[in-house]
Design a protein around this ligand. Structure first.
Ligand code: ADP
Length: 488
């Protein structure tokens, strides 16, 4: 098969913008596909503060009768892969990506519809010979609809196969129906087989219903989202399309997340020099102003880097409250999110300032230092489509304690003292007690240095690089092309 040309559309991508796992994936997948011989153009909005790049073109774009002046700026990503940043300051030159605090920008429907249109129009005008339009999450969910409506007669785009990836089903891009005409979408699309979801327009549903193939980010999550418990109201819709849905585990960027080369660590380490991990622990304790004497260094340190929301299990931790302080462990938390969880953790830190440190905010260097300096990494998620931090933790010899859901269940092997096999500790029930029991068990094993070292080394030997995942995506693209040829 000749090399595939892929237009990827994502609302965030490292190194340009990131609020979560989507940014990591969209930043790494294009280069991994390019290594397999694919040609990839990744469209991302040009948010505030993103500089540089080569200007390619500008043209006016009319969406719902409103004309925007849009520029396109190229950044090479790898041999065969490039990012094209969509420059439209009135939509994207704002303090945050999606909204300020917990309030979304009121024009998000327009912002991301216009971004998607701009990406497609760029491809349409520049003869990219696109074989695949691969859209990610609700922000790009209208891409397959626009390809099938506005570009239905375009000689190139109309024959592209359409792939949509769900990174998190909980974010559904729901807007009042009056947006339809403002986004050039006909009322005929406002039906149960189209974009309508309980009286609203859902961009996510657009992606699900109009694509040739659907993917999500772990095999376990692909199954879970077809159940009422995890389906967020979409389980029936997904069950009907189960034959075209597959789970592909995200990889991690092994160049960025490598304790042997990580510039954020005081001293590099790897499986052969694991003792040097201790310098990262000391540096982390110092960085967050916890004691770093011998006694503190000997005490197990639990790290967390997370959005502070219920999805990540922060309500379970909230219920444990001060029971966490009864454990012989210290805690470092980096994250931001719901004020109630921020307050709770700040109160815990005030109560036990020598054992709990909290940093509210987004801090990439500190995230690296936590991965390296902590002994355990806690992810008690209620649901977790894939999760990246547990894979970073494995690589950094930091033992994950996770709830057995989604990608956490697929990537962590529960430690068994009987077989001596395992890379972490898992619990099944969504209860504070189950979480506490798993933490207790992990802390008990921590006191057995040879067992602990064995768990660390088994984790460090895992390979979650992008290459295997990219090969899976390539298969999905080939299947999507076959499905496209059968579509009317
Ligand atoms: P999600 O996308 O649901 O937030 P993932 O585990 O898939 O969760 O990805 C989260 C990514 O964002 C990881 O790379 C993690 O290190 C990073 N991250 C989350 N919160 C912060 C923070 N406060 N500071 C730095 N990095 C963060």
């Amino acid at each position: 098969m000749p090399s595939l040309q892929i237009l990827m559309i994502a609302s965030e991508a490292v190194p340009f913008a990131k609020t979560g796992g989507l940014g990591d994936v969209a930043g790494a997948l294009p280069a991994a596909l390019a290594r397999l011989g694919c040609g990839v153009t990744l469209a991302v909005p040009r948010y505030r503060g993103v500089a540089g790049g080569t200007p390619l073109t500008r043209f006016p774009l009319t969406v719902g009768g409103r004309t925007l002046e849009v520029g396109f700026v190229e950044h090479p990503l790898a041999d065969g892969a490039r990012a094209v940043l969509v420059d439209c300051p009135e939509l994207f030159d704002r303090p945050e990506l999606y909204g300020v605090g917990n309030a979304d920008y009121p024009d998000n429907a327009f912002r991301f519809a216009a971004f998607t249109r701009a990406a497609l129009e760029f491809a349409a005008r520049h003869d990219l010979h696109v074989d695949i339009v691969h859209a990610h999450d609700w922000q790009a969910g209208l891409a397959p609809v626009y390809v099938r409506t506005l570009y239905a007669n375009h000689p190139e785009l109309a024959r592209a196969a359409l792939v949509f990836t769900i990174h998190n089903l909980a974010y559904q891009g729901l807007f009042p129906p009056h947006w339809l005409p403002a986004l050039d979408l006909g009322w005929d699309l406002f039906g149960i087989e189209g974009l309508e979801f309980w009286g609203k327009v859902s961009f996510l549903k657009a992606g699900v219903n109009f694509s040739d193939r659907l993917t999500t980010v772990s095999a376990r999550y692909a199954k879970e989202i077809q159940t009422p418990e995890y389906g967020c109201g979409f389980d029936g819709i997904l069950r009907r399309r189960a034959d075209r849905l597959v789970g592909i585990l995200n990889g991690i960027d092994t160049a960025v997340w490598d304790p042997a080369t990580d510039p954020h660590l005081p001293e590099p380490y790897d499986a052969d020099r694991l003792d040097r991990k201790r310098s990262s622990k000391r540096a982390l304790l110092e960085a967050v102003e916890l004691p770093s004497d011998d006694q503190a260094l000997a005490r197990p340190l639990v790290g967390m880097v997370s959005r502070l929301v219920e999805q990540k299990g922060f309500d379970l931790l909230e219920k444990l409250g001060e029971r966490l302080l009864a454990l012989d462990a210290s805690f470092v938390l980096l994250g931001s999110g719901e004020p109630r969880f921020q307050d709770q953790w700040q109160a815990l830190a005030a109560r036990a300032p020598s054992r709990v440190a909290v940093r509210i905010g987004f801090d990439e260097p500190l995230a690296h230092l936590i991965e390296a300096g902590a002994d355990l990494f806690l992810m008690p998620s209620r649901f977790e489509p894939c999760g990246l931090n547990q894979m970073y933790s494995l690589r950094y010899g930091t033992v994950p304690v996770v709830r057995a859901t989604g990608g956490l269940d697929d990537t962590i092997v529960n430690w068994s003292p009987r077989t001596g096999r395992g890379t972490g500790f898992k619990f099944a029930d969504t209860t504070p007690e189950a979480l506490l029991a798993a933490l207790r068990k992990a802390l008990e094993v921590y006191r057995d240095p040879s067992a602990w070292r064995s768990i660390q080394l088994q984790g460090m030997a895992c390979d979650y690089s992008w290459d295997a995942s990219a090969r899976h995506y390539e298969k999905v693209y080939e299947n999507a092309i076959r499905a496209r040829t059968k579509r009317p």
